[in-house]
Design a protein around this ligand. Structure first.
Ligand code: F6P
Length: 479
Protein backbone atom coordinates (compact mmCIF):
# COMPACT_ATOMS: atom_id res chain seq x y z
CA UNK A 1 0.00 0.00 0.00
CA UNK A 2 1.40 3.47 -0.84
CA UNK A 3 2.72 5.22 2.27
CA UNK A 4 2.13 8.80 3.47
CA UNK A 5 5.45 8.82 5.33
CA UNK A 6 8.52 7.20 3.82
CA UNK A 7 11.96 7.00 5.44
CA UNK A 8 14.86 6.44 3.05
CA UNK A 9 18.13 5.46 4.73
CA UNK A 10 21.19 3.52 3.60
CA UNK A 11 20.34 0.62 5.89
CA UNK A 12 17.11 -0.99 6.98
CA UNK A 13 16.80 -1.16 10.77
CA UNK A 14 17.55 -4.88 10.51
CA UNK A 15 20.59 -6.51 8.97
CA UNK A 16 20.58 -9.89 7.25
CA UNK A 17 23.41 -11.79 8.92
CA UNK A 18 24.63 -15.15 7.56
CA UNK A 19 24.88 -18.04 10.05
CA UNK A 20 27.63 -20.71 10.04
CA UNK A 21 25.08 -23.42 9.09
CA UNK A 22 24.36 -21.63 5.79
CA UNK A 23 21.15 -19.99 7.05
CA UNK A 24 20.73 -16.36 8.13
CA UNK A 25 19.01 -14.22 10.74
CA UNK A 26 17.82 -10.60 11.08
CA UNK A 27 19.81 -8.53 13.62
CA UNK A 28 19.32 -4.87 14.57
CA UNK A 29 21.60 -2.68 12.42
CA UNK A 30 24.46 -0.86 14.15
CA UNK A 31 24.66 2.87 14.70
CA UNK A 32 22.85 5.93 15.87
CA UNK A 33 20.64 6.49 12.85
CA UNK A 34 18.68 3.31 13.33
CA UNK A 35 18.55 3.75 17.10
CA UNK A 36 17.04 7.22 16.64
CA UNK A 37 14.56 6.51 13.88
CA UNK A 38 13.20 3.16 14.95
CA UNK A 39 10.95 4.47 17.75
CA UNK A 40 9.68 7.23 15.45
CA UNK A 41 8.72 4.74 12.77
CA UNK A 42 7.26 2.30 15.24
CA UNK A 43 4.91 5.02 16.50
CA UNK A 44 3.80 5.70 12.91
CA UNK A 45 2.66 3.60 10.04
CA UNK A 46 5.59 4.64 7.88
CA UNK A 47 7.53 2.67 5.31
CA UNK A 48 11.31 2.35 5.49
CA UNK A 49 13.40 1.97 2.32
CA UNK A 50 16.97 0.69 2.80
CA UNK A 51 19.64 -1.93 2.26
CA UNK A 52 19.26 -5.18 4.23
CA UNK A 53 23.06 -5.71 4.39
CA UNK A 54 25.06 -8.22 2.36
CA UNK A 55 25.34 -8.55 -1.41
CA UNK A 56 22.25 -9.19 -3.51
CA UNK A 57 24.04 -12.15 -5.12
CA UNK A 58 23.75 -14.03 -1.80
CA UNK A 59 20.09 -13.20 -1.24
CA UNK A 60 17.07 -15.28 -2.08
CA UNK A 61 14.90 -13.13 -4.43
CA UNK A 62 12.02 -13.34 -1.92
CA UNK A 63 14.17 -11.47 0.65
CA UNK A 64 14.13 -8.44 -1.60
CA UNK A 65 10.35 -8.21 -1.54
CA UNK A 66 8.83 -5.66 0.89
CA UNK A 67 8.19 -7.26 4.29
CA UNK A 68 7.00 -6.38 7.78
CA UNK A 69 9.25 -6.86 10.81
CA UNK A 70 8.24 -5.98 14.34
CA UNK A 71 5.52 -3.61 13.21
CA UNK A 72 7.70 -1.84 10.62
CA UNK A 73 7.05 -1.87 6.86
CA UNK A 74 10.39 -2.47 5.19
CA UNK A 75 11.29 -2.12 1.52
CA UNK A 76 14.72 -3.57 0.68
CA UNK A 77 17.13 -2.08 -1.84
CA UNK A 78 19.52 -4.79 -3.05
CA UNK A 79 23.17 -3.81 -3.54
CA UNK A 80 25.56 -5.94 -5.57
CA UNK A 81 28.97 -6.90 -4.20
CA UNK A 82 30.46 -4.33 -6.57
CA UNK A 83 28.11 -1.60 -5.36
CA UNK A 84 28.95 -2.39 -1.74
CA UNK A 85 32.61 -1.98 -2.59
CA UNK A 86 32.37 1.17 -4.71
CA UNK A 87 29.38 3.01 -3.26
CA UNK A 88 29.30 1.99 0.43
CA UNK A 89 32.89 1.15 1.33
CA UNK A 90 34.24 3.47 -1.37
CA UNK A 91 32.54 6.79 -1.91
CA UNK A 92 30.38 6.89 1.24
CA UNK A 93 32.97 5.67 3.73
CA UNK A 94 36.28 6.27 1.94
CA UNK A 95 35.56 9.73 0.49
CA UNK A 96 32.65 11.48 2.25
CA UNK A 97 33.12 10.07 5.76
CA UNK A 98 36.69 11.37 6.29
CA UNK A 99 36.00 14.73 4.60
CA UNK A 100 32.94 15.33 6.76
CA UNK A 101 34.91 14.35 9.88
CA UNK A 102 37.65 16.96 9.68
CA UNK A 103 40.00 14.74 7.63
CA UNK A 104 40.72 12.54 10.67
CA UNK A 105 41.71 10.02 7.97
CA UNK A 106 42.81 10.74 4.42
CA UNK A 107 39.94 10.68 1.91
CA UNK A 108 40.35 8.97 -1.44
CA UNK A 109 38.88 10.26 -4.68
CA UNK A 110 38.01 7.74 -7.38
CA UNK A 111 35.76 8.43 -10.33
CA UNK A 112 34.38 4.88 -10.37
CA UNK A 113 33.34 5.29 -6.69
CA UNK A 114 31.44 8.44 -7.60
CA UNK A 115 29.75 6.77 -10.62
CA UNK A 116 28.54 3.99 -8.35
CA UNK A 117 27.31 6.53 -5.76
CA UNK A 118 25.18 8.17 -8.48
CA UNK A 119 23.76 4.85 -9.70
CA UNK A 120 22.95 3.59 -6.20
CA UNK A 121 21.32 6.90 -5.22
CA UNK A 122 19.15 6.51 -8.34
CA UNK A 123 18.02 3.11 -7.11
CA UNK A 124 16.99 4.45 -3.70
CA UNK A 125 15.16 7.37 -5.34
CA UNK A 126 13.30 5.02 -7.71
CA UNK A 127 12.25 2.76 -4.84
CA UNK A 128 11.02 5.70 -2.74
CA UNK A 129 9.11 7.08 -5.74
CA UNK A 130 7.44 3.69 -6.13
CA UNK A 131 6.16 3.35 -2.55
CA UNK A 132 5.23 6.98 -1.70
CA UNK A 133 1.54 7.93 -1.87
CA UNK A 134 0.40 11.02 -3.80
CA UNK A 135 1.61 14.12 -1.91
CA UNK A 136 3.44 11.99 0.69
CA UNK A 137 6.30 13.12 2.89
CA UNK A 138 9.62 11.44 2.17
CA UNK A 139 12.42 11.84 4.69
CA UNK A 140 15.86 10.98 3.29
CA UNK A 141 18.75 10.30 5.67
CA UNK A 142 22.47 10.76 5.77
CA UNK A 143 25.60 11.13 3.71
CA UNK A 144 25.17 7.95 1.70
CA UNK A 145 22.10 9.41 -0.06
CA UNK A 146 22.81 13.07 -0.71
CA UNK A 147 21.71 12.92 -4.35
CA UNK A 148 18.36 11.28 -3.60
CA UNK A 149 16.38 14.49 -2.82
CA UNK A 150 16.81 15.99 -6.31
CA UNK A 151 16.48 12.62 -8.08
CA UNK A 152 13.25 12.00 -6.21
CA UNK A 153 11.91 15.46 -6.97
CA UNK A 154 12.54 14.85 -10.69
CA UNK A 155 10.57 11.59 -10.48
CA UNK A 156 7.81 12.81 -8.15
CA UNK A 157 7.33 16.60 -8.00
CA UNK A 158 4.21 16.05 -5.89
CA UNK A 159 6.22 14.93 -2.84
CA UNK A 160 7.31 16.89 0.19
CA UNK A 161 10.97 16.00 0.70
CA UNK A 162 13.13 16.38 3.80
CA UNK A 163 16.79 15.50 4.18
CA UNK A 164 18.65 15.01 7.45
CA UNK A 165 22.43 14.67 7.80
CA UNK A 166 23.43 12.61 10.84
CA UNK A 167 27.13 13.42 10.62
CA UNK A 168 28.85 16.83 10.69
CA UNK A 169 28.70 19.02 7.59
CA UNK A 170 32.23 20.32 7.02
CA UNK A 171 33.50 23.87 6.61
CA UNK A 172 33.64 25.16 3.03
CA UNK A 173 37.43 24.80 2.92
CA UNK A 174 37.23 21.02 3.38
CA UNK A 175 34.07 20.41 1.34
CA UNK A 176 35.63 22.29 -1.58
CA UNK A 177 38.15 19.44 -2.04
CA UNK A 178 35.38 17.22 -3.40
CA UNK A 179 35.56 17.01 -7.19
CA UNK A 180 31.76 16.51 -7.18
CA UNK A 181 30.96 19.30 -4.71
CA UNK A 182 28.45 21.07 -6.95
CA UNK A 183 26.51 17.89 -7.77
CA UNK A 184 26.23 17.07 -4.05
CA UNK A 185 24.94 20.54 -3.18
CA UNK A 186 22.43 20.36 -6.02
CA UNK A 187 21.35 16.90 -4.88
CA UNK A 188 20.63 18.18 -1.38
CA UNK A 189 18.76 21.21 -2.73
CA UNK A 190 16.12 18.83 -4.07
CA UNK A 191 14.80 18.75 -0.49
CA UNK A 192 12.41 21.37 0.92
CA UNK A 193 14.18 21.23 4.27
CA UNK A 194 17.79 20.19 4.87
CA UNK A 195 18.47 19.34 8.52
CA UNK A 196 21.81 19.28 10.33
CA UNK A 197 22.90 18.38 13.85
CA UNK A 198 24.26 21.85 14.67
CA UNK A 199 23.71 25.42 13.41
CA UNK A 200 27.34 25.46 12.17
CA UNK A 201 26.60 22.68 9.66
CA UNK A 202 23.57 24.54 8.31
CA UNK A 203 25.60 27.75 7.99
CA UNK A 204 28.41 25.89 6.16
CA UNK A 205 25.86 24.50 3.72
CA UNK A 206 24.17 27.84 2.95
CA UNK A 207 27.54 29.51 2.48
CA UNK A 208 28.65 26.77 0.06
CA UNK A 209 25.43 27.01 -1.94
CA UNK A 210 25.99 30.75 -2.34
CA UNK A 211 29.66 30.34 -3.26
CA UNK A 212 29.60 27.24 -5.40
CA UNK A 213 26.13 27.10 -6.93
CA UNK A 214 25.54 30.84 -7.03
CA UNK A 215 21.96 30.82 -5.69
CA UNK A 216 20.64 33.72 -3.65
CA UNK A 217 20.48 33.05 0.08
CA UNK A 218 19.19 34.94 3.07
CA UNK A 219 19.99 33.62 6.56
CA UNK A 220 18.82 29.97 6.52
CA UNK A 221 16.95 30.20 3.21
CA UNK A 222 18.08 29.39 -0.31
CA UNK A 223 16.10 30.85 -3.24
CA UNK A 224 16.13 28.59 -6.30
CA UNK A 225 15.70 29.91 -9.85
CA UNK A 226 12.51 27.80 -10.26
CA UNK A 227 10.85 29.75 -7.43
CA UNK A 228 11.27 27.08 -4.75
CA UNK A 229 12.71 27.97 -1.35
CA UNK A 230 14.88 25.52 0.59
CA UNK A 231 15.50 25.93 4.29
CA UNK A 232 18.65 24.71 6.06
CA UNK A 233 18.48 24.44 9.84
CA UNK A 234 19.76 22.56 12.88
CA UNK A 235 17.72 19.79 14.53
CA UNK A 236 19.99 18.14 17.14
CA UNK A 237 19.01 14.47 17.23
CA UNK A 238 18.16 12.67 20.46
CA UNK A 239 17.19 9.27 21.85
CA UNK A 240 14.19 7.42 23.25
CA UNK A 241 14.76 8.70 26.79
CA UNK A 242 11.64 7.12 28.32
CA UNK A 243 12.49 3.78 26.67
CA UNK A 244 15.93 3.73 28.31
CA UNK A 245 14.53 4.80 31.68
CA UNK A 246 12.03 1.98 31.51
CA UNK A 247 14.79 -0.51 30.72
CA UNK A 248 16.83 0.64 33.70
CA UNK A 249 13.89 0.07 36.02
CA UNK A 250 13.51 -3.47 34.71
CA UNK A 251 14.47 -6.04 37.32
CA UNK A 252 16.51 -8.15 34.89
CA UNK A 253 18.55 -5.14 33.71
CA UNK A 254 19.30 -4.12 37.32
CA UNK A 255 20.35 -7.68 38.13
CA UNK A 256 22.55 -7.76 35.04
CA UNK A 257 24.20 -4.44 36.04
CA UNK A 258 24.96 -5.88 39.48
CA UNK A 259 26.38 -9.03 37.88
CA UNK A 260 28.62 -6.93 35.62
CA UNK A 261 29.97 -5.00 38.63
CA UNK A 262 30.57 -8.22 40.50
CA UNK A 263 32.36 -9.82 37.54
CA UNK A 264 34.60 -6.75 37.24
CA UNK A 265 35.71 -6.97 40.83
CA UNK A 266 33.01 -5.62 43.10
CA UNK A 267 33.85 -2.14 44.36
CA UNK A 268 36.27 -1.30 41.52
CA UNK A 269 35.15 1.93 39.84
CA UNK A 270 34.17 1.38 36.22
CA UNK A 271 35.18 3.65 33.37
CA UNK A 272 33.19 2.80 30.22
CA UNK A 273 33.61 3.48 26.52
CA UNK A 274 31.11 2.23 23.93
CA UNK A 275 31.78 3.05 20.29
CA UNK A 276 31.57 1.68 16.80
CA UNK A 277 35.15 0.70 16.05
CA UNK A 278 35.79 3.84 14.00
CA UNK A 279 38.86 6.08 13.73
CA UNK A 280 36.73 9.16 14.41
CA UNK A 281 35.88 7.92 17.92
CA UNK A 282 39.28 8.53 19.52
CA UNK A 283 39.46 5.12 21.20
CA UNK A 284 43.24 4.81 20.94
CA UNK A 285 44.02 8.19 22.51
CA UNK A 286 41.49 7.61 25.29
CA UNK A 287 42.94 4.21 26.26
CA UNK A 288 46.44 5.66 26.21
CA UNK A 289 45.36 8.46 28.54
CA UNK A 290 43.87 5.92 30.92
CA UNK A 291 46.93 3.66 30.77
CA UNK A 292 49.25 6.58 31.57
CA UNK A 293 47.22 7.28 34.70
CA UNK A 294 47.59 3.66 35.80
CA UNK A 295 51.27 3.65 34.95
CA UNK A 296 51.86 6.82 36.99
CA UNK A 297 50.04 5.30 39.96
CA UNK A 298 47.22 7.87 39.80
CA UNK A 299 44.81 4.98 39.28
CA UNK A 300 45.19 1.46 40.65
CA UNK A 301 43.95 -1.65 38.81
CA UNK A 302 42.66 -2.98 42.14
CA UNK A 303 40.36 0.03 42.39
CA UNK A 304 39.46 0.88 38.81
CA UNK A 305 38.92 -0.77 35.44
CA UNK A 306 38.23 0.56 31.95
CA UNK A 307 35.61 -1.37 30.00
CA UNK A 308 35.85 -0.63 26.29
CA UNK A 309 33.14 -2.01 24.00
CA UNK A 310 34.10 -1.69 20.33
CA UNK A 311 31.22 -2.53 18.02
CA UNK A 312 32.49 -4.12 14.78
CA UNK A 313 32.00 -1.73 11.85
CA UNK A 314 32.91 -1.47 8.14
CA UNK A 315 35.32 -4.35 8.58
CA UNK A 316 36.25 -4.63 4.91
CA UNK A 317 37.49 -1.03 4.72
CA UNK A 318 41.29 -0.90 5.04
CA UNK A 319 41.44 1.95 7.56
CA UNK A 320 38.99 0.13 9.84
CA UNK A 321 41.00 -3.09 9.63
CA UNK A 322 44.18 -1.21 10.54
CA UNK A 323 42.42 0.47 13.46
CA UNK A 324 41.28 -2.87 14.81
CA UNK A 325 44.84 -4.19 14.76
CA UNK A 326 46.14 -1.05 16.46
CA UNK A 327 43.57 -1.25 19.26
CA UNK A 328 44.15 -5.00 19.70
CA UNK A 329 47.87 -4.36 20.07
CA UNK A 330 47.43 -1.42 22.43
CA UNK A 331 45.04 -3.27 24.75
CA UNK A 332 47.34 -6.31 24.77
CA UNK A 333 50.33 -4.15 25.64
CA UNK A 334 48.51 -2.19 28.36
CA UNK A 335 47.13 -5.30 30.02
CA UNK A 336 50.46 -7.12 29.68
CA UNK A 337 52.33 -4.23 31.29
CA UNK A 338 49.84 -3.03 33.87
CA UNK A 339 47.32 -5.79 34.64
CA UNK A 340 47.45 -8.26 37.49
CA UNK A 341 45.94 -11.73 37.74
CA UNK A 342 42.15 -11.29 37.53
CA UNK A 343 42.66 -7.53 37.29
CA UNK A 344 43.18 -6.35 33.70
CA UNK A 345 43.56 -2.58 33.35
CA UNK A 346 41.23 -2.70 30.37
CA UNK A 347 38.38 -5.10 29.74
CA UNK A 348 37.99 -5.06 25.97
CA UNK A 349 34.96 -6.40 24.12
CA UNK A 350 34.80 -6.45 20.34
CA UNK A 351 31.12 -7.12 19.90
CA UNK A 352 27.69 -5.53 19.58
CA UNK A 353 25.06 -5.90 22.28
CA UNK A 354 21.27 -5.57 22.52
CA UNK A 355 19.79 -2.46 24.13
CA UNK A 356 19.12 -4.18 27.47
CA UNK A 357 22.79 -5.17 27.83
CA UNK A 358 23.83 -1.62 26.94
CA UNK A 359 21.45 -0.26 29.58
CA UNK A 360 23.00 -2.65 32.13
CA UNK A 361 26.50 -1.44 31.18
CA UNK A 362 25.44 2.21 31.47
CA UNK A 363 23.91 1.45 34.87
CA UNK A 364 27.04 -0.32 36.08
CA UNK A 365 29.50 2.37 34.92
CA UNK A 366 30.72 5.16 37.20
CA UNK A 367 32.41 7.25 34.51
CA UNK A 368 31.34 7.25 30.86
CA UNK A 369 34.12 8.31 28.50
CA UNK A 370 33.08 9.62 25.07
CA UNK A 371 36.01 11.26 23.30
CA UNK A 372 35.55 11.38 19.50
CA UNK A 373 37.78 13.62 17.38
CA UNK A 374 34.63 14.66 15.53
CA UNK A 375 31.08 13.33 15.84
CA UNK A 376 27.75 14.56 14.48
CA UNK A 377 26.00 14.07 17.82
CA UNK A 378 27.04 10.89 19.69
CA UNK A 379 23.98 9.18 21.07
CA UNK A 380 25.97 6.99 23.47
CA UNK A 381 26.57 10.09 25.62
CA UNK A 382 22.82 10.78 25.72
CA UNK A 383 21.99 7.13 26.40
CA UNK A 384 24.29 7.12 29.41
CA UNK A 385 22.60 10.23 30.81
CA UNK A 386 19.15 8.72 30.18
CA UNK A 387 20.14 5.62 32.15
CA UNK A 388 21.40 7.51 35.24
CA UNK A 389 17.97 7.60 36.84
CA UNK A 390 19.50 8.25 40.28
CA UNK A 391 21.29 11.40 39.06
CA UNK A 392 24.72 9.88 39.65
CA UNK A 393 27.66 8.93 37.44
CA UNK A 394 30.06 11.15 35.50
CA UNK A 395 30.32 11.92 31.80
CA UNK A 396 33.63 12.84 30.18
CA UNK A 397 32.75 14.21 26.75
CA UNK A 398 34.68 15.50 23.76
CA UNK A 399 33.99 19.10 22.88
CA UNK A 400 33.99 17.94 19.24
CA UNK A 401 30.91 15.74 19.65
CA UNK A 402 27.63 17.46 18.72
CA UNK A 403 26.28 16.37 22.11
CA UNK A 404 28.68 18.79 23.83
CA UNK A 405 26.48 21.70 22.71
CA UNK A 406 23.70 20.39 24.98
CA UNK A 407 25.47 18.38 27.70
CA UNK A 408 27.40 21.36 29.03
CA UNK A 409 27.71 19.93 32.54
CA UNK A 410 29.88 17.01 31.39
CA UNK A 411 33.64 17.15 31.86
CA UNK A 412 34.37 18.57 28.40
CA UNK A 413 37.71 17.60 26.89
CA UNK A 414 39.82 18.15 23.79
CA UNK A 415 40.53 14.57 22.60
CA UNK A 416 43.80 15.67 20.98
CA UNK A 417 45.08 16.81 24.37
CA UNK A 418 46.12 13.66 26.23
CA UNK A 419 47.14 15.53 29.40
CA UNK A 420 43.84 17.41 29.42
CA UNK A 421 41.98 14.12 29.07
CA UNK A 422 43.98 12.60 31.90
CA UNK A 423 43.12 15.52 34.16
CA UNK A 424 39.41 15.24 33.30
CA UNK A 425 39.36 11.47 33.89
CA UNK A 426 40.91 11.99 37.31
CA UNK A 427 38.58 14.84 38.22
CA UNK A 428 35.55 12.79 37.24
CA UNK A 429 36.94 9.82 39.21
CA UNK A 430 37.40 11.87 42.37
CA UNK A 431 34.30 14.07 42.03
CA UNK A 432 32.11 14.22 45.11
CA UNK A 433 28.53 13.07 45.11
CA UNK A 434 27.12 16.58 45.26
CA UNK A 435 28.98 17.69 42.17
CA UNK A 436 27.99 14.54 40.27
CA UNK A 437 24.33 14.99 41.18
CA UNK A 438 24.29 18.64 40.21
CA UNK A 439 25.79 17.92 36.81
CA UNK A 440 23.74 14.83 36.05
CA UNK A 441 20.46 16.44 37.11
CA UNK A 442 21.00 19.30 34.70
CA UNK A 443 21.96 16.99 31.83
CA UNK A 444 18.97 14.75 32.48
CA UNK A 445 16.62 17.72 32.38
CA UNK A 446 18.06 18.69 29.00
CA UNK A 447 17.55 15.32 27.34
CA UNK A 448 14.16 14.73 28.93
CA UNK A 449 12.94 17.97 27.40
CA UNK A 450 14.36 17.03 24.05
CA UNK A 451 13.94 13.36 23.20
CA UNK A 452 13.84 11.64 19.82
CA UNK A 453 10.07 12.16 19.44
CA UNK A 454 10.52 15.91 19.95
CA UNK A 455 13.33 15.86 17.38
CA UNK A 456 11.22 14.10 14.74
CA UNK A 457 8.21 16.28 15.49
CA UNK A 458 10.17 19.48 15.12
CA UNK A 459 11.69 18.35 11.80
CA UNK A 460 8.38 17.19 10.32
CA UNK A 461 6.49 20.26 11.56
CA UNK A 462 9.09 22.55 10.04
CA UNK A 463 9.01 20.53 6.80
CA UNK A 464 5.23 20.98 6.58
CA UNK A 465 5.70 24.72 7.04
CA UNK A 466 8.34 25.17 4.36
CA UNK A 467 6.51 22.94 1.89
CA UNK A 468 2.80 23.68 2.34
CA UNK A 469 2.06 22.73 -1.28
CA UNK A 470 1.63 19.04 -0.44
CA UNK A 471 -0.67 17.39 2.06
CA UNK A 472 0.33 17.41 5.72
CA UNK A 473 2.29 14.47 7.09
CA UNK A 474 1.14 12.48 10.04
CA UNK A 475 3.29 13.70 12.88
CA UNK A 476 5.86 11.40 14.41
CA UNK A 477 4.55 11.05 17.94
CA UNK A 478 6.95 8.68 19.67
CA UNK A 479 5.12 8.95 22.98
O1 F6P B 1 25.62 8.14 11.68
C1 F6P B 1 26.49 7.69 10.74
C2 F6P B 1 26.23 6.26 10.25
O2 F6P B 1 26.80 5.98 9.03
C3 F6P B 1 24.78 5.96 10.14
O3 F6P B 1 24.25 6.23 8.88
C4 F6P B 1 24.74 4.53 10.55
O4 F6P B 1 23.66 4.32 11.38
C5 F6P B 1 25.99 4.30 11.40
O5 F6P B 1 26.83 5.35 11.15
C6 F6P B 1 26.60 2.92 11.18
O6 F6P B 1 27.33 2.85 9.99
P1 F6P B 1 27.20 1.71 8.92
O7 F6P B 1 25.79 1.73 8.39
O8 F6P B 1 28.21 2.04 7.88
O9 F6P B 1 27.48 0.42 9.62
Amino acid sequence: MPADLVIVANRLPVDRVPLPDGGWEWKPSPGGLVAALEPVMRANDGTWVGWPGGPVEDADPSELEPFDADGLHLVPVGLTAEEIELFYEGFANGTIWPIYHDLVAKPEFHREWWDSYVRVNEQYAAKAAEVAAEGATVWVHDYQLQLVPQMLRDLRPDLRIGFYLHIPFPPAELFAQLPWRRQILEGLLGADLVGFQLPGGAANFVRLVRQRVGYKTHRDLVYLPDGRTVRAAAFPISIDVAGFEELVHDESVRARAAAIREALGGPRKIFLGIDRLDYTKGIYARLRAYAELVEAGELDVEEAVFVQVAVPSRERVEQYRLLRDEIDRLVGRINGDLGRIGRPAISYLHNSYPRAEMAALYTAADIMVVTPFRDGMNLVAKEYVACRVHDDGALVLSEFAGAAAELRQAWLVNPYDINGMKAALLEAYHADEKDLTRRMKAMRRTIQRHDVAAWADSFLTELAEVAPHTKSPRQARGR
